[in-house]
Each structure stands twice: as structure tokens, then as C-alpha cells.
Ligand binder design. Structure first.
Ligand SMILES: Nc1ncnc2c1ncn2[C@@H]1O[C@H](COP(=O)(O)OP(=O)(O)OP(=O)(O)O)[C@@H](O)[C@H]1O
Ligand SMILES: Nc1ncnc2c1ncn2[C@@H]1O[C@H](COP(=O)(O)OP(=O)(O)OP(=O)(O)O)[C@@H](O)[C@H]1O
Ligand SMILES: [Mg+2]
Ligand SMILES: [Mg+2]
Lengths: 229, 229
């Protein structure tokens, strides 16, 4: 379970203070699929970086399965990330000198959960599941924008995470690839009970979830459950 | 005027050949506003890089105002880019160590068309026109995804180009920012007769144009004029 209580995040630009999050509170229960929406610059990525244990709040509390992240050290944070979380960055964050296959194998190298042959097999299967079976040896610069995004999605799946956090996972995709990716998230959520939280600015994408949290100026503006689909 | 005739583009991955464009032909007349759509990996960015004189075709001809680009040297290509074209990259391509203001000033430094004070003034005005008047001193890492995209759009406007080429210019933007950016392009097109060509995978965005060219597997699939709006 994810539990966020009065989380703030302040960036300093010399003397100037930027309050990206100004007191955000909500819970996400195991097995939920939730969309986060909000205007450009409203704090969505800042919030996702905290949920993904990539950054810590300035003040407030963030608990993941009853463990408090705000007071953890770097080693413990890395352990939680490797064991529990699959993350898709808004800017993809692929390593430019590695192939698609090597990029997708990387999280399994960090977690040490699989041997060499199994890493290769799982990474190949994940890339095939996002329609990139014929691009395994391409480096990021040899892939289109949408293909790079799909590599980033495949990478988030390989460690069998219990939570998938994705920041605009379909932003660079056409409507067909979008449906394919959402189908993967829905299947993981429905069949394996994996918690999925993703940011989107497209209403038709958010409508695949049963709950939509809207943020504006660093605060939760609304938190609505959609009627059953 | 832009005139593309039987343009192909082939990438080599060791022994393997990737035919990103397989023979594309069309014309865009001065003052048109055209959308390019197509599935992920269909060749849109490859085509835009050629239109933007950033890359040359493998075979075929590309003429811009009756000058053949396919046989130009690098210096002549840079001159055409600086004088005629404003380009918005799908991956933004902002320089990480420069502020938003300095990134937007950069094209004017290359073209040498304006003095220091005027560069500062034009860059500030362009950033204000995309809603970033309060983020001038932020570096790319201190901006949200949508804010970075808007910096890239502001940068494409400052040299008073006669052609604006934008690769998914609203991909990272919420619906409000999307309308603002499209409004800027429409105003430049309608009031100043600037030719605008942009890639999008969102139908509502493409509907702001009177013409939609669809590509698939490196070929033009359709080229339709929309009835008057
Ligand atoms: N440098 C390269 N080397 C090898 N293949 C490449 C290279 N650049 C692009 N490709 C391939 O060429 C094809 C066209 O890529 P392009 O970037 O033009 O697609 P796109 O239509 O812009 O897709 P998207 O909507 O995902 O951005 C893709 O299949 C891609 O894998
Ligand atoms: N390192 C930083 N230093 C200063 N300000 C920052 C930094 N990172 C983000 N910001 C500011 O914090 C605010 C929130 O940014 P965030 O990236 O969370 O927005 P977002 O909701 O994800 O927007 P988008 O939809 O454009 O991706 C923005 O106004 C941004 O300028
Ligand atoms: Mg963001
Ligand atoms: Mg592209």
C-alpha cells in the first residue's frame, strides 16, 4: 500500500523558492489502477519521483507497505526500488550506448534476481510484448520516439514489480500502440493484482482507470472513483 | 515552397538494412498548415529531419524554394536552416547547462541577425508567449516535461523563420497548453503567412490543419485536404 501524508517538495533556485508540492495526501491500495492528471508544471512528475522512491519529500510522510521512506538512507531506498517498483520516466532515461535489449536487462542486473540466460530471455519477451521483437539490437538513437518509450515500458516490467509507476507512458505513442500498452498494464493489474499508477494528460487514457486524482499547483484538486466500467 | 520527390532513407545496422522512407513525394506551398500523422516507427521523424535540412535523403530529391538540398554541403545546409527554418525536435534537444533564456537565444547567436540586447528581448518575449515568463533562469532539469517542450517551441520562433517544422510539439502538454501552442502556430500561419508542418498522433491536434498527410512504413498512405472550417 502507498500512503502519502501532507507531502511537500520545495526546490531552491538561489534565493528563489519553488513549491512544486504544497501538501499532498492520499492512499493507493494494493491492486488499484489509478490515473494522475493535471496541467503542465502542476507537480505530477515531482510526485511520481517521490512515489518511485527516487526523491524524498521536503516535509511530510510517504509510507510504502508501512515502511517510512522519508527517513530512509540511499541503500534502503535502492532496495525498495529494485524489489517493488517498476518505473517509466517521462523522458525515458535509456542509456544511449546500450542496445534496447541491454537497457531492458539492466534492472535485473541491479537486483541480482536472475542469471544471464534468464535475463536475456525475460528481456526479449518483454520487448516482444511491446512490439519491438525486431529492434533488440538498436540503440536509443536508432529508434523512433515511440519505440524508445516502449523500451522504457518493457524495462519497467522485467523485475516482476508489485507496483508500476509510469509518467506519461503513452505520450509519444500513436493510438494503436497506446491501446497495446494500456492492455499490458490492465492485464498485469487484473490478472496479477499489480498496482498501477500512471500520469497522463489524455482523458481517453485516464478512462482506462477506475480512479483519477487531479493535481493543480502542487495540491490534490480532486480524487474521483469512476463508476464500474 | 517545399518539394519532396521519391525520397528514400536507409539506415545500416551492420549488415541489416532499415528502410525508414521508401519513396515519399509531396509538395507544401507557402502559407500552408499541414499535419503529418502515422504509426510509431513509420518514418515521421526521419522525414521531418530531412525537411528541416538536418539530414539528407539516401536517394531522391528535396527542394526548398527551388534549391536542391540533396546535393548541398554542410555550410549551405546550415545557412538554409538558420535563415528559413524553425525546428521543434521530438526530444526537445535543449542544452542541459544553459537556462531557458540562453537556450532560446542560441539560434540568434548562430544566425548573427540580432545584437545582444535584442536577443535578450526577443527570447524573453518568446518565452512569455508560451507561458514561461517566470521560468527564464531555470535549466532544463529544473523544468517539467511540458515546460521543456514549450522552451523548445519558443526557440523555434525567434529567428522569424518562413517555415516552422515541429515533431509532436504538444506530445508532453496538457489540453490547455496544447491549445495555447496551436494558437501560436495558427496566428503565425494566418497573420504572417508562415508555413507550418507538424507531426502529431492526436486527431484533435491534426484537425487544426486544413491538410493531413498520413505515412505508414515509410510511404505516404494518404494526403487529404479538410473541408473549410
Ligand atoms: N539511426 C537509425 N538506425 C537504424 N534505424 C533507425 C534509425 N533511426 C530510426 N530508425 C528506424 O527507422 C524507423 C522510422 O523511425 P522514425 O523515428 O522516423 O519513426 P516515427 O514515425 O517518428 O515514430 P514515433 O511516432 O515513434 O516517433 C523506425 O523503425 C526506427 O527504428
Ligand atoms: N529541479 C528543479 N528546480 C526548480 N524547479 C523545479 C525543478 N523541478 C521541477 N521544478 C518546477 O516544479 C514544478 C513542477 O514540476 P513537475 O515536473 O512536477 O510538473 P509536471 O506536472 O510533471 O508537468 P508536465 O505535465 O509539464 O510534465 C514546475 O513548475 C517546475 O518548473
Ligand atoms: Mg511531468
Ligand atoms: Mg518520431
Amino acid at each position: 500500500m502507498i500512503k502519502v501524508t501532507e507531502v511537500t517538495k520545495t526546490y531552491w533556485m538561489g534565493e528563489v523558492e519553488v513549491n512544486a508540492l504544497r501538501g499532498v495526501s492520499f492512499e493507493v491500495h494494493d491492486g488499484e489502477m489509478v490515473a494522475i492528471m493535471g496541467p503542465s508544471g502542476s507537480g505530477k512528475s515531482t510526485l511520481m519521483n517521490i512515489l518511485g522512491v527516487l526523491d524524498q519529500p521536503s516535509t511530510g510522510s510517504y509510507q510504502i507497505d508501512d515502511e517510512e521512506v522519508a527517513t530512509m538512507g540511499e541503500t534502503q531506498m535502492a532496495e525498495i526500488r529494485n524489489r517493488k517498483i517498476g518505473f517509466v520516466f517521462q523522458s525515458f532515461n535509456l542509456l544511449p550506448r546500450l542496445t534496447a535489449l541491454a537497457n531492458v536487462e539492466l534492472p535485473m542486473l541491479y537486483s541480482g534476481m536472475f542469471g544471464r540466460a534468464e535475463r536475456h530471455e525475460r528481456a526479449t519477451a518483454a520487448l516482444e510484448s511491446v512490439g519491438l521483437g525486431d529492434r533488440l539490437d538498436h540503440k536509443p538513437k536508432e529508434l523512433s520516439g515511440g519505440q524508445q518509450q516502449r523500451v522504457a515500458i518493457a524495462r519497467s516490467l522485467v523485475n516482476d514489480p508489485s507496483i508500476i509507476l509510469a509518467d506519461e507512458p503513452t505520450g509519444a505513442l500513436d493510438s494503436h500502440s497506446t491501446e497495446e500498452v494500456l492492455g499490458i498494464f490492465q492485464r498485469l493489474n487484473y490478472e496479477q493484482g499489480i498496482t498501477v499508477v500512471f500520469v497522463t494528460h489524455e482523458q481517453e487514457v485516464a478512462d482506462h482507470c477506475r480512479r483519477i486524482i487531479r493535481v493543480r499547483d502542487g495540491l490534490v484538486e480532486s480524487d474521483k472513483y469512476l463508476p464500474d466500467q
